[in-house]
Design a protein around this ligand. Structure first.
Ligand code: LER
Ligand code: MN
Length: 278
């Protein structure tokens, strides 16, 4: 079964993350997500220690929502923290927060922590930076594995990152890290910029057994159906490849944060329903 989620941020995140959806306080966001028919929410957090985690979990349960993933997407943008950082103190704090996100995911019974822009940019040459990133991820995987959490590394388009743009190179990197808890997050918005096919990247990741998570966004980063991407082809590939994970809306809040959430589910739910896997 493929489940649908959307990305929302928790109250401690110091800025509005450009790809977080829904308006209102945290409870209102959850209520809207549940009413729209989402199965879960992807939680963008920057410092779970500042949250009343028990209360938050109780709120989620009261709306019958699962947590699809804990996302690190706010770390760089809103908190200035990246894993690869020229400032060793910032890099160390980023790693501590990474472990806190893994703990938070465990507490919320989320199976995935995402790593997109949070990895940071190359410091000096790319090979050395990738080697360093591999070390960081390997040690985080060791921790995550003891908590039943997996880490999903996201290929990012060239404008948002300088390390790991395509699924193929990210898969090769993941094989190099060589830990079963590290896999891929594929975001259709980045696929549209960096790949030569809408479907082959998903197929490759599924065949490798490494597709842990997926983000939805059209080519213009609007809700699916508001741009050019062939989501029917993508969903068919996922369905036929036996994907059993989450599809999570992580896109611009256009025409407004609530409408973007509604447009996404109104487009994707019937498409999913028309496929034999769901
Ligand atoms: C950023 O563009 C993105 O797709 C997020 O998932 C990464 O942090
Ligand atoms: Mn993404």
């Amino acid at each position: 079964m493929i489940h649908l989620a959307l990305a929302i941020q928790t109250p401690e995140v110091p800025k509005i993350v450009p790809v977080a959806l829904l308006q209102g306080n945290f409870g209102e966001k959850l209520q809207k997500a549940a009413e729209m028919g989402y199965d879960g929410v992807e939680i963008i957090s920057t410092n779970p220690a500042e949250l009343d985690q028990k209360e938050l979990k109780a709120q989620l349960q009261s709306f019958g929502l699962q947590v699809s993933a804990v996302a690190s997407g706010g770390m760089g943008f809103a908190a200035g923290l990246t894993l690869l950082n020229p400032d060793a103190e910032i890099a160390a704090l980023a790693y501590q927060r990474f472990l806190a996100l893994i703990d938070f995911a465990h507490f919320l019974e989320a199976k995935v922590v995402t790593i997109g822009t949070f990895r940071g940019r190359a410091i000096g040459d790319k090979a050395t930076s990738l080697h360093k990133l591999a070390e960081i991820l390997r040690s985080a995987c060791e921790v995550a594995a003891t908590k039943g959490v997996r880490l999903a590394l996201e290929p990012l388009n060239r404008f948002e990152g300088d390390l790991l743009h395509t699924v193929e190179e990210t898969l090769a990197f993941i094989e190099q890290v060589g830990h079963p808890s590290l896999g891929l997050l594929i975001d259709s918005f980045h696929v549209n910029i960096e790949e030569a096919s809408y479907t082959q990247p998903y197929q490759k990741a599924l065949t490798a057994g490494r597709l842990f998570y997926a983000h939805l966004g059209d080519n213009n980063r609007r809700p699916p159906g508001q741009g050019l991407i062939d989501f029917k082809a993508i969903l068919t590939t996922l369905c036929q490849g036996g994907y059993q994970g989450w599809l999570s809306a992580e896109l611009l809040p256009l025409p407004d944060p609530d409408q973007a959430a509604r447009l996404t589910i109104e487009y994707i739910r019937p498409l999913l329903g028309s496929l034999l896997c769901n």
